[in-house]
Write a protein that binds this ligand. Structure first.
Ligand code: SF4
Ligand code: SF4
Length: 95
């Protein structure tokens, strides 16, 4: 299942997308995220599943544009830490 967390405003769309079918709950992205944006727990989009998957914390869902800004790619920056940490490729960003 695809889970989208974020919002859009006058300046653009800011979503973090999780492919929960790819996420194995390893927490590598949680450890890699300097902004404490991510956590792992029961899949709120699939209450019947026992699997734990990554999600964007409630506190961060309305401000990821700002919290994630220091990670965003520029010529002199490496890939996003969360995406680089995720071996299965379960995380993507809309901006
Ligand atoms: S690193 Fe990838 S597989 Fe591991 S918890 Fe994060 S999103 Fe899921
Ligand atoms: S872009 Fe940076 S702050 Fe945002 S979720 Fe990924 S690692 Fe965390």
């Amino acid at each position: 299942m695809i889970a989208n967390y974020g919002y859009k405003d006058g300046s653009g769309e800011y979503f973090i997308t999780i492919d929960t079918d790819k996420c194995n709950g390893c927490r590598d992205c949680v450890s890699a995220c300097p902004g404490r944006v991510l956590d792992v727990g029961p899949d709120e989009n699939d209450p019947l599943s026992d699997d734990e998957v990554v999600f964007v914390t409630d506190e961060e869902r309305k401000k990821i544009k700002y919290t994630c800004a220091p990670c965003k790619p520029r010529d002199d920056r490496p890939p996003l830490p969360c995406m680089a940490a995720c071996e299965p490729g379960a995380i993507s960003h809309s901006w």
